[in-house]
Design a protein around this ligand. Structure first.
Ligand SMILES: C[S@@+](CC[C@H](N)C(=O)[O-])C[C@H]1O[C@@H](n2cnc3c(N)ncnc32)[C@H](O)[C@@H]1O
Length: 203
């Protein structure tokens, strides 16, 4: 299920505008098969963990895309202003210290008209499930690499100054039920100043 299609539906759908991609917290680059080589020119995979970077580099060598794997973190990307057509974050906002700051950094590196493509898990909107997540969170964070179960990545996207263009939600089930909701979508740097403003832009 973790490798299910829903996981990467957002990056795949944004392929048309993926010419120069920066993927933040790329991990082992499990996303690579979902990029369209006909549309993507370059991928800069930013990843702070050296073990993950080694796995990503190995995967990149086997692929046909021009990928560079670089050390760096979401809060201070080693990327110049306006260099990316698309920034991808997948299951990273749960782990960064300050998701809004990380997303502002994503906005900095996006070229005008560029897109943020995200796929994240979020706190459940059911009261019982949300309560269970809150109870589990301290242990989960400790044993799952600082991953928090109780965040609201959509609010972080909006608070960082993005306008939502698309957002689809789902629910994790089975062994992954603790992750709560799944959110996948596309956002652009825009003028909306509140979640209410962005609702109109969602399809
Ligand atoms: C759950 S994994 C997801 C990896 C990949 N995006 C994927 O979907 O397979 C979270 C990744 O975020 C990375 N990470 C954690 N804190 C980070 C930070 N502050 N900046 C960038 N990446 C970070 C971790 O090293 C890890 O590779």
């Amino acid at each position: 299920m973790w490798r299910s299609r829903v996981r990467f539906h957002a990056p795949a759908r944004a392929a048309a505008r993926n010419r120069a991609v920066v993927e933040i917290g790329a991990g082992s680059l499990a996303s690579l098969p979902f990029y369209d080589p006909a549309r993507v020119r370059t991928i800069r995979a930013i990843e702070p963990d050296p073990v993950m970077r080694a796995l990503a580099a190995r995967r990149a060598r086997r692929g046909e895309l021009a990928v560079t794997v670089e050390d760096g973190c979401a809060e201070a990307l080693p990327v110049g202003d306006g260099c990316a057509d698309t920034v991808v974050v997948a299951y990273v906002l749960c782990s960064v210290a300050d998701p809004v700051a990380a997303l502002r950094e994503a906005a900095r590196v996006l070229a005008p008209g560029g897109q943020l493509v995200f796929a994240e898990h979020a706190a459940s909107d059911g009261p019982v499930a949300a309560r269970l997540q809150r109870g589990l969170d301290p242990f989960w964070r400790r044993f799952v690499g600082g991953c928090s179960l109780v965040r609201d990545p959509l609010a972080a996207v909006v608070n960082a100054g993005f306008t939502l263009r698309r957002c689809e939600t789902g629910v994790f089930t089975g062994a992954l039920a603790a992750l709560g909701r799944h959110l996948g979508g596309i956002a652009e740097i825009g003028l909306a100043t509140s979640a209410g403003d962005t609702d109109a832009g969602m399809r």
